[in-house]
Ligand binder design. Structure first.
Ligand code: WTA
Length: 657
């Protein structure tokens, strides 16, 4: 470390609160701290301001309908179209020449679409979908990498009222099939492949493998991303994207009128059980909420160039690459590849080249940047940046401060935004022009968001004590249900802390948290069987069921262990069947099994073979203990276990690996 770094570290380390820079506050969209009180006093009508950011075909009748709580309805009676709101209206208001999407391919090629061009593409794809037979309310699956066609396809679906279900391209063939079957989705848009660290990656073989397990007929459209870099031929019933779309360029497709509560999209996410949950978001509440938070939290304005480095296959990309920024008429940057290709300064090169104003990324990326060193950002002029954000997992103060100094030059506020697939948009974060920042703590609940920390009985805990995060009032961006599974919706999110007899509903996100005297919330992580690997949400049960599917495996327990860059890493503890040896070969097969069932993101960091798993006297696996072993933590008292003798053995194996 240089002398500079040492003194910076010393100075920053001491500091635990940061005021937003004056230069930022002067121009911020929200600067009045009275907004918290205003929202509280005027709830739920306070959300009319969010609805006002949208263009409606028909005004809504009521802001919030609580009649069927917790099946809340927002802006009922209203009618609108999301694609119209994200595209057409900006062209109609004379901003058609403004760049809507700025795309950067991994190999360095770029493509950019003005709002006018985006409108043409969206209509051409909408017409194509209609030609193929897609009707309103048909679920269209989009299994695509980070190419502009993905954004265009989402908007085309929205235009014709066909909900999309985007499946992250890094997910496996099995994961694709499960999601298509669950949503009964008969249409699929995919790509032949994409580039990763310079290599052409075959995506179409994986797609075809997945389609074999889809239990109904599917019409498939394939984007040719790789050209001559991948030889492949279309199977029966598969169409080439460009061939179909080219015929439809110049077509007009009127946006269909959607009710406020009509489904905009489905997004599958991991939960406690082995089956992913189909989170349902609707048109008006979701769009109003993502637009409002993009404005208030990300401080976006129409003239801004904004870059969120997430993948659109996750909720962050849906809300804050596509819907929120485009609803506001911002220029949104999309990047296909990895942060270290061709070199570790790729992100900063993109920021400099595009003069990015607002940058939003995950703590895991920041920890990787830190490891690579400040010389990479220092090669570039990052002075265009005005605001930085993080999402996906807790950020440790050291990473926060590095981001603040080396990317933001101490000139940019940082918003640490806590939210979930289910919440649709930001829930807990500072407002960058209003609140001071406390590294490591996300901040207070947003105005109108009633976030409280409670104990197991639902009583609010004192400041400083760990408890469970709850949200005690509904908000417009909330999920409406789990697709075709209202019972599970209640069980997963509401049963724990609600009092249905009193008609009091409390949303439980399944995160642990604590609150301080200023009502700043520090999120501690999941309290269910979900782990967070590099900001990706993975169900341990899904991984376990993949592992026990491998021949020779009798039992498995999967937990998250601390990881310097990934936040958490997957640790698999495995008992083999008699006659099978826990050796490197089996270890490889287990890893392969997980990759096949879910995808490379779920790859176990370590597979530990053990004759037994530590269990309580009642026979429950002591997951906490396994987590501590994986993280290298001091172990507490193990004498209450039924089989304390296995602990040493497991611990030694983990340490020796
Ligand atoms: C975690 C991602 C701490 C949390 C938008 C949540 C966070 C889960 C933060 C949702 C944050 C997200 N600080 N933890 N700022 N943001 N999380 O559905 O555990 O992929 O429940 O949505 O990520 O993950 P999901």
């Amino acid at each position: 470390m240089s002398q500079d770094d040492v003194s910076l570290e010393a100075r920053l380390e001491e500091q635990d609160t940061f005021e937003p820079p004056e230069s930022f506050v002067e121009q911020a969209n929200v600067t009045d701290e009275g907004i918290y009180e205003e929202f509280e006093e005027n709830w739920p009508e306070c959300w009319e301001g969010a609805a006002d950011l949208l263009s409606w075909e028909r005004e809504y009748d009521t802001v919030l309908d609580e009649g069927e709580a917790p099946f809340y309805e927002w802006f009922s009676g209203g009618e609108l179209n999301a694609s119209y709101n994200c595209v057409d209206r900006h062209v109609e208001s004379g901003d058609g020449d403004r760049t809507a999407v700025e795309w950067e391919g991994e190999l360095g090629e770029t493509r950019s679409y003005t709002y006018e061009e985006l409108l043409e593409e969206v209509q051409a794809v909408a017409a194509t979908l209609q030609d193929l037979g897609v009707e309103e309310d048909d679920v269209v699956t989009l299994y695509m990498p980070m190419i502009p066609e993905l954004t265009i396809a989402m908007l085309a679906c929205a235009r014709i009222g066909a909900p999309h279900s985007v499946v992250f391209a890094g997910f496996s063939a099995d994961a694709l099939a499960t999601r298509m079957n669950s949503a009964n989705s008969e249409y699929l848009l995919t790509a032949d492949g994409y580039y990763r660290r310079g290599d052409a990656l075959d995506h179409i073989s994986k797609t075809n493998e997945g389609l074999e397990d889809v239990d109904h007929e599917t019409t498939t459209v394939v984007v040719d991303r790789l050209g001559d870099d991948l030889d492949h031929s279309l199977e029966d019933g598969q169409h080439d994207y460009e061939e179909l779309v080219a015929d439809n360029r110049g077509e007009t497709v009127q946006p269909v009128t959607r009710d406020a509560e009509d489904m905009l999209f489905l997004m599958y996410t991991s939960g406690t059980t082995g089956q992913p949950k189909g989170v349902k978001h609707t048109t008006a509440g979701y769009l109003a909420y993502t637009a409002w938070t993009s404005q208030a939290v990300l401080d976006l304005e129409p003239g801004d160039t904004y870059w969120c480095s997430a993948d659109i296959g996750w909720i962050t990309g849906h809300s804050y690459i596509v819907y929120g920024p485009l609803a506001l008429g911002t220029t949104t940057v999309m990047y296909e590849g990895t942060p270290d290709y061709p070199d570790k300064d790729r992100f900063w090169e993109i920021v400099e080249k595009n003069e990015v104003d607002v940058f939003y990324t995950a703590p895991t990326a920041i920890r990787a940047f830190m490891k690579w060193g400040k010389e990479y950002p220092e090669k570039h002029d990052l002075s265009s940046l005005r605001l930085l954000g993080t999402v996906g997992e807790p950020i440790n103060p050291r990473a926060w401060k590095w981001y603040y100094k080396h990317i933001g030059n101490e000139d940019c506020p940082i918003v640490d935004t806590w939210w979930q697939t289910e919440t649709g948009g930001h829930m807990i974060t500072t407002l960058p022009g209003v609140n001071e920042m406390k590294p490591g703590s996300a901040g207070p609940g947003l105005p109108g968001v009633d976030a409280r920390i409670v104990d197991a009985q639902g009583e609010e805990v004192d400041a400083g004590e760990a408890g469970y995060l709850t949200v005690q009032k509904p908000w417009p961006g909330m999920l409406r249900t789990l697709y075709r599974n209202d019972d599970r919706f209640i069980e997963e999110y509401w049963e724990e802390y609600s009092d249905p007899d009193a008609d009091e509903w409390v949303y439980f996100p399944e995160d642990g948290a604590k609150i301080d005297d200023d009502d700043y919330i520090t999120v501690l992580g999941r309290v269910d069987d979900v782990i967070n690997v590099s900001g990706h949400r993975l169900g341990t049960m899904e991984i376990e069921s993949a592992i026990v599917g491998v021949e020779g495996v009798a039992e498995a327990a999967v937990v998250g262990g601390d990881h310097e860059v990934k936040g958490e890493a997957v640790y698999a503890y495995v008992i083999t069947e008699d006659g099978y040896e826990g050796d490197d070969d089996l270890s490889e097969e287990i890893i392969e099994g997980v990759v096949d069932a879910i995808g490379p993101i779920a790859k176990p960091e370590e597979v530990v073979f053990t004759p037994e798993l530590p269990k309580t006297r009642s026979g429950k696996i002591m997951r906490r203990l396994l987590e501590d072993i994986a993280s290298g933590n001091e172990l507490g008292n193990t004498s209450t276990l039924r089989n304390p003798e296995v602990v040493d053995d497991i611990q030694q194996q983990v340490e020796s690996n």
